[in-house]
Design a binder for this molecule. Structure first.
Ligand SMILES: [Zn+2]
Length: 417
């Protein structure tokens, strides 16, 4: 009996004939795999790239976690799914609105659609903030599962589709700032694959290591070695395994190790006066110790008295700025939801980040570490790796490009033999 597939955002996904695992390696800049393959740290990934498929794809800008996780899992850009940052500014009230919950998501996820069509789906994330968004409208009645390693000890059958997760996974509850938070996600995926025969798994990690350690550093190597062994186990279980990332990561520090920051709110306040505009850093969340809320992409909201064109002129003249766009141009160029866009978007170069006002950023968590962060165009390149060769039609599509990270489910489900 042929089992039903789904259609979502213009793409048809067949019902997988073998389990499909998509892993989002948070902050998994392609440089880590480049270095890891060269140094023999990731032998399974090296083998996938040789006998399966390996390329670098374009993720979405802003190259942040939530927008790209939702792009990957809806197979569409933010203009369709609506999530363009961790929060935006409501123009009517001037209030910051959190965008990481399920309410503002404008599309189902591929996992939710499959779960509603009788497939057994698994979604496991490192941080709980993503869990509800990824699991929006997921039907857990048929054995599907949705939980985070952060809150793994709180799982109930009713809300997560699974209980006693620590025992099931065989690992203690990991610390929120640890590589184990991600390794727990992968181990959970492996055990679920072994014991519950899911059709589709989405495993989304956290970028704690990538924010702290560059490719080739011992801690990064250890993390990648551990991940690679788990990718090998997923492969050995017969799954189609697809690896991508939500965004890359670059070093944005001065030679002395201090962060190389443009304090944009301070620059604009000095030029236009306090209160004329508000700089929003949409990377901000409650887990800021490893990046101090500094990223490569900010939005400026102007009061009626201030012309966005004047802000753009000032921003363009700041050293380290790569791109400045007005609202309509940003929405069109980066496929972002216009109604949630700022008046001006400012993006920094790879070696520089942008903050709001210096006094409002707590950089104490960065002490002793160079700042590595993301958000701009320079961190939007991500790996796109499959453990099986592509069918001819998909090989042709990949060769013609541009390859987008939000095509990874399409390629993993429809594109491999
Ligand atoms: Zn991320």
């Amino acid at each position: 009996m042929a089992r039903a597939g789904i259609e979502l955002n213009g793409v048809r996904y067949r019902r997988p004939s073998r389990p499909v695992v998509v892993v989002c390696i948070d902050g998994g800049d392609p440089a880590y795999f480049d270095r890891g393959v060269r140094d023999g740290v990731v032998p399974n990934v090296a083998r996938f790239m040789k006998t399966g498929f390996g390329a670098v794809a374009d993720g979405d800008v802003p190259s942040f976690t939530c927008p790209n996780n939702m792009s990957i899992t809806t197979g569409s850009p933010p203009a369709v799914h609506g999530i363009s940052g961790n929060f935006y500014l409501d123009r009517a009230t001037g209030e910051a609105v959190v965008m990481t919950g399920p309410d503002l998501l404008r599309s189902h996820t591929i996992m939710a659609e499959f779960s509603r069509h009788g497939a057994r789906v698994v979604s496991v994330t490192a941080k709980d903030k993503l869990r509800r968004q990824l699991g929006k409208d997921m039907d857990l009645a048929g054995g599907s599962v949705n939980f985070s390693s952060e809150c793994a000890e709180q799982c109930t059958l009713e809300e997560h589709g699974i209980e006693n997760v620590l025992e099931f996974v065989g690992m203690p509850l990991p610390d929120i700032y640890s590589p184990e938070l991600s390794l727990f996600v992968l181990e959970a995926g492996i055990r679920l694959l072994e014991r519950r025969q899911p059709d589709l798994l989405y495993l989304s990690l956290t970028d704690y290591i990538q924010h702290k350690y560059a490719p080739g550093e011992a801690e990064a190597d250890r993390y990648y070695r551990n991940m690679d062994a788990m990718f090998g186990r997923l492969d050995a279980l017969g799954a189609a395994v697809a690896l991508t990332a939500d965004h890359g990561m670059t070093d944005k520090s001065n030679p002395d190790g201090s962060p190389k920051v443009i304090w944009l709110q301070d620059v604009l306040d000095a030029r236009f006066g306090k209160g004329a505009c508000t700089v929003v850093c949409p990377i901000t969340d409650r887990f800021v110790a490893h990046h101090g809320a500094l990223g490569g992409f900010v939005r400026v909201y102007c009061r009626a008295s201030l012309d966005p064109a004047d802000v753009m002129k000032v921003a363009r003249a700041i050293p380290g700025v790569e791109a400045v766009c007005d609202r309509a141009t940003a929405a069109e160029r980066f496929e972002l939801p216009l109604d949630r866009e700022g008046d001006v978007v400012v993006i920094s170069r790879a070696d520089t980040c942008i903050g709001a006002s210096e006094k409002d950023h707590d950089l104490s968590g960065l002490r002793g570490h160079r700042l590595r962060t993301h958000g701009g165009i320079s961190e939007a390149k991500v790996p796109f790796i499959l453990n099986r060769p592509l069918r001819a039609e998909y090989a042709a599509r990949a060769a013609a490009g541009p390859l987008r990270s939000y095509q990874i489910f399409d390629f993993a489900i429809n594109g491999v033999e």
